[in-house]
Design a protein around this ligand. Structure first.
Ligand SMILES: Cc1cc2nc3c(=O)[nH]c(=O)nc-3n(C[C@H](O)[C@H](O)[C@H](O)COP(=O)(O)O)c2cc1C
Length: 209
């Protein structure tokens, strides 16, 4: 396969659930990747608010600066779309993008997608991925889940959406929050089909039972 055929174009939605650190780490890894040709990014208004609360970065109206601050570079492969721009490229099925991830995904956005209602560009792009049968990955974050959340997730899972909740694992003995975030980000890259050098892949128990 020629190098260009392996290049991935990824759509990223960031919504107002807790866990913006996962979104920013994923963006960092995507912009570092030589396999990624383009990143279409949408941050909802609530997403901007939570980034401010959790990371202390004021993203309102300054998404490009924030991406530069959070990823450490100003990369022309990152195309930022306002959430209100329902005429953006990613609102159309004729625009090709290999996979979409919403990280973190609020229960509100999850409900809109499950109901097929498109009130902003994140909902619309997700709806397009569903209708075009392209990979759609949601990273929901809430606890506890109520029955509406669970029903919405089940409905979407049955439609082929990958529900990948931000649930850390501990079998590889993480020492820091950074370890947890990095390990989970690698799982997300796996779902997006983007290569990485994970050092914490499970290779079976080293202890003989
Ligand atoms: C600091 C903060 C943390 C939040 N955490 C969550 C959360 O973990 N999960 C969730 O579903 N909503 C959470 N919310 C509420 C959502 O931001 C709210 O429902 C919002 O309307 C979602 O809009 P969006 O889906 O367009 O981003 C949080 C809000 C704030 C301000």
């Amino acid at each position: 396969m020629d190098e260009r055929e392996k290049m991935r174009s990824i759509t990223v939605g960031i919504t107002g659930a807790s866990g913006s650190i996962y979104a920013t780490r994923l963006l960092q890894r995507l912009v570092e990747s030589p396999e990624v040709s383009r990143i279409d990014l949408v941050i909802t208004q609530a997403g901007v608010r939570v980034i401010g609360e959790e990371l202390g970065v004021n993203a309102a109206g300054a998404e490009r600066r924030v991406v530069r601050e959070l990823t450490g570079r100003d990369d022309e492969r990152v195309i930022i779309h306002p959430p209100s721009d329902i005429g953006a490229t990613i609102a159309s099925g004729s625009y090709l993008s290999d996979a979409m991830i919403i990280v973190p995904c609020s229960m509100g956005t999850l409900a809109y997608i499950a109901a097929g209602i498109t009130r902003d560009l994140v909902h619309r792009a997700a709806d397009v991925f569903l209708k075009e049968n392209r990979p759609l990955i949601l990273v929901p974050r809430e606890t506890p889940f109520n029955a509406i959340h669970l029903e919405n997730m089940l409905k979407l899972a049955r439609l082929g959406v990958r529900i990948v909740p931000a649930m850390p694992s501990f079998y590889y003995h993480p020492q820091t929050i950074d370890d947890l975030v990095e390990h989970f980000t690698h799982r997300l890259l796996d779902h997006l089909g983007v290569g990485h050098e994970q050092k914490t892949r499970w290779e079976g128990s080293r202890k003989k039972c």
